[in-house]
Design a binder for this molecule. Structure first.
Ligand code: ADP
Length: 233
């Protein structure tokens, strides 16, 4: 499998001067096409910060980072914008727009992509919602959906444009065991069908078993993965 994200000696700090705080130290990480990689570790260890760097959402300050063949450090806004079209984001808070239905939320993601011009966006959005098990909730507003259903809409929205990479930050955090499990299994199945790579941040031991590889962070460093209970699902 070829590398889809390559980070070398990536470091990051917040603040400046006396308030400067280093949160990532010399991160070396390669993620290969089609892999499901889980990034785990204690709260505050730098997982989300690393995810935002690897997704091109935050500029890394030193080291080198290549995403989908594009060197990120020094890339123009235009290059970063183009890159982000190939990445789907799923966050703990689903971030759906409350005044749009499930279908309209998914459709909006398609409208951002030139490649779907002239296509029946409603049909594509409906099919995607059906694929995540929400055929009977297509015209519901987010407020009328359960937490697990809302997160499934967020998955549909992230995957509908067939991104090459999915970045998910604690996608099960607000969900009970069964809904959390459903959500990651749907994400796993669709990503496999689409040949999509997943990088998922979690401290939810119940979903670690879906990973091809688990990467562990501590105090801003990638460290050898300790023995984790991956059977807790
Ligand atoms: P995790 O995802 O593992 O919980 P984070 O990446 O969210 O860790 O945070 C790592 C460290 O960086 C924490 O000490 C956090 O307080 C700090 N941090 C995160 N975001 C910011 C920010 N925008 N400004 C300043 N410090 C931040």
């Amino acid at each position: 499998m070829s590398a889809i994200i390559t980070a070398h000696q990536l470091s990051h700090h917040f603040g400046e001067g006396q308030l400067q705080k280093q949160v990532l130290f010399d991160i070396d990480l390669e993620i290969r096409a089609g892999e499901i990689v889980i990034l785990t570790g204690p709260s505050g260890s730098g997982k989300t910060t690393l995810l935002t760097l690897l997704g091109g959402l935050r500029a890394a300050q030193s080291g080198s980072l290549t995403i989908l063949g594009q060197e990120i450090l020094g890339a123009s806004k235009q290059q970063l914008g183009k890159l982000r079209c190939n990445i789907g984001y799923i966050f703990q808070a689903h971030n759906l727009l409350s005044f749009l239905t499930a279908k309209q939320n998914v459709r909006m993601s398609l409208e951002l992509h030139d490649s779907f011009l002239e296509q029946d966006l409603d049909a594509i959005a409906s099919n995607m919602l059906t694929a995540v098990g929400l055929a009977d909730r297509i015209n519901y507003y987010p407020d009328a959906l359960s937490g697990g259903q809302r997160q499934r809409v967020a998955i549909a929205r992230a995957l509908v444009s067939h991104p090459k990479i999915i970045l998910a930050d604690e996608p099960t955090a607000a969900l009970d065991k069964k809904s959390g499990r459903d959500v990651v299994e749907i994400m796993q199945r669709l990503a496999q069908e689409q040949g999509c790579t997943i990088l998922l941040v979690t401290h939810d031991n119940r979903i670690l078993d879906i990973a091809d590889r688990i990467v562990y962070m501590e105090d801003g460093y990638l460290v050898p993965t300790p023995a984790l209970d991956v059977s807790a699902a």
